[in-house]
Ligand binder design. Structure first.
Ligand SMILES: Nc1ncnc2c1ncn2[C@@H]1O[C@H](COP(=O)(O)OP(=O)(O)OP(=O)(O)O)[C@@H](O)[C@H]1O
Length: 357
């Protein structure tokens, strides 16, 4: 007889409900991370991301909730008894210890014999490409090297949960690119749960399997990076991923906007009910006079600001709708518009994404 019972999904490596108070600030967060999964907590300054990490590590008490790791309740376990590795923003390496001793420190605290702890540390340093720096003191390491020692130190305790607090924030832009892709590779080889905190959307998009957006102590959006980038649900996320975002009520291919006096936005596909509409600044064309021809979304707007953005120019516009347009410097010269001028902004219906709110 064949067993027709569907396979039981593997239990999450991390299942947590965190309720934390810090002064007037309140954090309420549900977090579930599968084995091998990397979740990025993305959010503006003060959103509560670091507070969430500290609560998971046991460094900040939770007033209610639970933390389960591989099915074991560690809610009240002391910091040193949690199977957790942590990389802090500024790494917090022990200045008086060598790179090897820094990495061996955790296993030693867990009672691993000195020789074995050092062997494990040497192996981890080799894995992060620092075999030749075992004897180096932290102050003689570059930012990228220190970051790798910090990662090796976090992995040395064989954690089931890896916590990374802004792991790339201390690095210069050039080093960041290399270290980011190395980190991605190391995280891919880690079998436990990883939670990383960042306010850089690129870190989140590159490093995470799933992005949890936190604003003002709550989750406002959660999903794969591509979905977050394509279908933002808050102004913060829309700005991060560079989309113009509006909320409104759809009826067929027309969406009446909630926050604007503008009659409607026309979309290519039909919808009904509460929706978001979003389009990239590159989809916005600007004209001095209303153009003839194809039916599209068109609004009179005032130029509020002009920024250089790579080889493009981003034009900030305000009017019945607020929006940004990316055009070429030549396009701007042709438009002949400056801050304070009135222009027409046009967006083709086919360029407007529409999705349920
Ligand atoms: N020790 C503290 N006492 C009281 N309030 C605190 C304390 N530490 C942080 N807070 C408050 O908790 C809130 C969340 O801070 P937290 O550092 O977790 O945010 P964050 O999302 O990590 O931001 P950042 O990116 O700036 O680190 C903030 O409003 C902050 O003012």
């Amino acid at each position: 007889m064949t067993d027709s019972t569907p396979p039981t999904p593997s239990p999450p490596a991390l299942a947590a409900r965190l309720l934390v108070r810090r002064g007037a600030f309140r954090l309420g967060l549900d977090l579930t991370v599968a084995p091998g999964e990397v979740v990025a907590l993305l959010g503006p300054n003060g959103a509560g991301k670091s507070t969430a990490l500290r609560a998971l590590a046991g460094l900040t008490p939770i007033v209610d909730g639970h933390i389960h790791l591989d099915g074991t309740d560690v809610t009240t376990a002391p910091v040193e008894r949690r199977p957790i590795g942590m990389v802090f923003q500024d790494y917090l390496l022990f200045a008086h210890l060598s790179a090897l001793e820094n990495v061996a420190f955790g296993p030693r605290c867990q009672g691993v014999r000195r020789r074995e702890a050092r062997a494990r540390a040497a192996e981890l340093l080799e894995r992060v490409g620092l075999a030749n720096y075992a004897a180096a003191r932290p102050r003689s390491l570059s930012g990228g090297q220190a970051q790798r020692v910090a990662l090796a130190r976090a992995l040395a305790v064989a954690p089931r949960l890896l916590l990374l607090d802004e792991p790339l924030a201390a690095l210069d832009a050039h080093t960041r690119v290399t270290v980011r892709s190395e980190l991605r590779r190391h995280l891919a080889g880690f079998g436990g749960a990883t939670v990383l905190v960042t306010h850089d959307p690129l870190d989140a998009m590159v490093l995470a399997d799933r992005v949890t957006v936190v604003e003002d102590g709550s989750v406002v959006q959660d999903g794969p990076p591509a979905d977050i980038a394509r279908w933002p649900r808050t102004d913060y996320v829309a700005r991060l991923v560079g989309l113009n975002l509006y909320r409104g009520t759809a009826s067929g291919t027309h969406v009446a906007l909630a926050q604007a006096a503008v009659p409607r936005i026309v979309t290519a596909s039909a919808h009904s009910g509460e929706v978001f509409v979003a389009f990239p600044p590159s989809a916005v064309a600007l004209f001095r006079e209303p153009p003839e021809g194809t039916p599209r979304n068109m609004w009179p707007v005032t130029v509020e600001g002009i920024d250089r953005l790579g080889d493009q120019v981003r034009v900030h516009l305000r009017g019945e709708v607020a929006l940004s347009a990316d055009i070429t410097p030549a396009g701007l010269a042709e438009l002949g518009a400056d801050v304070g001028d009135r222009v027409w902004a046009a967006v083709k219906a086919a360029e407007v994404a529409c999705y349920p709110a």
